[in-house]
Unconditional design. Structure first.
Length: 167
């Protein structure tokens, strides 16, 4: 079994946007990578999120299986997705990594793909407006108070079930 570990979430540098809001500060990304440790050369999954108030919400889940995080996370089409979110919302953009534990050998690309798909589904249940279009589950069902996540406190039965299932 391949085990993954998640990192803390790291603040992504931004600059003010002309008509309000903000956008990714492309020129500060080299400093971003040197400031967060050894993650630039790693592979795995990543979650772009926004922190506002006391919470953090996922907006995009991606994977870096063929290329490293430093190449994949801020590719031009990803920056466009992030900037769309930043233009609409207030908050602080963050990036969290989910990395396979491995000492040597090939990166587990198929497993990274599987973890990405799982994380997209989970993120979509937390945020129905997630920016992912690919691999987004098209569920025609719900479990009331459990999946997808809803506002307000769940019933005690729903809360117990969520705890039981680790949701």
């Amino acid at each position: 079994m391949i085990s993954f570990v998640n990192t803390e979430s790291f603040e992504i540098p931004t600059v003010p946007r002309g008509k309000g809001g903000k956008k990714i500060n492309i020129t500060a990304l080299k400093e971003f990578w040197t400031g967060i440790g050894d993650y630039a050369g790693q592979r795995g999954c990543y979650v772009f999120s926004m922190r506002a108030g006391r919470g953090e919400k996922p907006w995009y889940v991606g994977k870096a299986s063929r290329q490293t995080f430093s190449i994949e996370c801020f590719a031009s089409h990803k920056v466009g997705i992030y900037n769309d979110v930043l233009g609409e919302l207030k908050g602080i953009p963050r990036l969290t990594f989910v990395i396979p534990n491995r000492e040597r050998g090939a990166w587990p690309m198929a497993t990274i793909d599987e973890v990405e798909e799982y994380l997209i589904g989970y993120a979509a249940s937390r945020n129905p407006k997630i920016a992912n279009k690919r691999k987004l589950p098209h569920q025609k069902w719900t479990i009331q108070g459990v999946v997808p996540a809803s506002r307000g406190a769940p019933s005690s039965d729903a809360a117990s079930f969520k705890k039981l299932m680790g949701i």
